[in-house]
Design a protein around this ligand. Structure first.
Ligand code: PBG
Length: 324
């Protein structure tokens, strides 16, 4: 005889019961909002492929911070568009560089905001690669020293956390070393430990004007086909001193988030990237999907897979929804 299983159905009969047995939740405190900062004054321009996301000048940051914190989104991650680029990406560690000024502005105007910074060279190099080139090839080891200088300059400007996204081998150890030597042992490293060579970064590369001028990032970013490699990358970063491990992109890599969650006890972050945002926005603009519901379901799925932290361009919209 077959007994139908009514247990699930009994427990799912109304909203309150559903909430009672719900396994996963999101709160605005889990979300990190990316901010793109550009030169100029009074600038606030919408990024064409990312509707609702703006590049702003440093003087606009206080307003952005206030809006985020008012919604309960207490963390941001900064990306900079420098005045000028060069082959070595020196704008990335300039004392008065765009990010260094942005950090100071935010710390002065919103001291309780958690300010994370993306540590990479691609926005600052004329060739658009994430490291120093020898010929046409990114040279891992000479890039490390530059990345460490970038991270240190962010810490000196007051950053709460640095997030290296370049994918060079050994950069977490190098950055940890320089931060410790310079009396910043309390600045954590959120490592983009598992960053795939993904086509989902397209809109970001428009936004930050950092598409590689030749070749691609496959020599330093990961093959989307691999998950065991993700565990090796993450293990190295843990050994080198990473405090938080990130998986990027998110939706197409939920299995990777889940594997990392099982294998490591560090906090896990997931980056719901520009292309993931743009797809939802575009389909919603056509009236083909319900933007709010798809946003919620997407971010919830990322949490269910095991992410503690979600970096997302939807952070403010999601917080508005959660706050009712
Ligand atoms: C810099 C960087 C990229 C993103 C975050 N940091 C671009 C890239 O690696 O090509 C992408 C973020 C997004 O698509 O939203 N290395």
């Amino acid at each position: 005889m077959i007994f139908p299983d009514y247990r699930g159905r009994r427990l799912r009969q109304n909203d309150n019961f559903r909430a009672l047995i719900r396994e996963t939740s999101i709160s605005p405190a889990h979300l990190v909002y990316p901010l793109f900062v550009m030169p100029g004054k009074g600038v606030r321009e919408e990024i064409p492929s990312m509707p609702g996301v703006f590049r702003v000048s440093v003087d606009q940051l206080a307003k952005e911070a206030k809006e985020c914190m008012g919604l309960g989104v207490n963390s941001v991650i900064l990306f900079g568009l420098p005045d000028k680029k060069d082959s070595k990406g020196s704008g990335a560690h300039a004392k008065d560089g765009i990010i260094q000024r942005s950090i100071k502005e935010l710390k002065n105007t919103a001291p309780n905001l958690t300010v994370c910074t993306d540590v990479c060279l691609c926005e600052y190099t004329s060739h658009g690669h994430c490291g120093i080139l020898i010929g046409e090839v990114v040279d891992n080891d000479s890039t490390l020293e530059v990345l460490a200088r970038v991270a240190l300059s962010h810490a000196q400007a007051g950053a709460d956390m640095v997030a290296p996204s370049d994918m060079m081998d050994g950069r977490v150890a190098e950055i940890r070393g320089i931060l410790d030597e310079n009396n910043f042992p309390m600045v954590p490293i959120m490592s983009y430990a598992v960053k795939y060579a993904s086509a989902f970064y397209g809109p970001f590369r428009d936004a930050a004007n950092c598409a590689p001028q030749h070749g691609d990032r496959k020599s330093y970013q990961m093959d989307p086909a691999n998950v065991r490699e993700a565990l090796r990358e993450a293990t190295l970063d843990v050994e080198e001193g990473a405090d938080i491990l990130m998986v990027k992109p998110a939706m197409a890599y939920l299995d990777v988030i889940s594997r990392l969650r099982d294998e490591f006890d560090l906090p896990i972050a997931a980056y719901h990237v520009s292309g993931e945002y743009a797809m939802i926005k575009a389909a919603a603009a056509k009236g083909w999907i319900d933007e709010t519901k798809v946003m919620h379901e997407s971010l919830l799925s990322i949490r269910r897979a095991g992410a503690d932290i979600i970096i997302t361009y939807f952070a403010k919209d999601m917080a508005r929804l959660l706050n009712g």
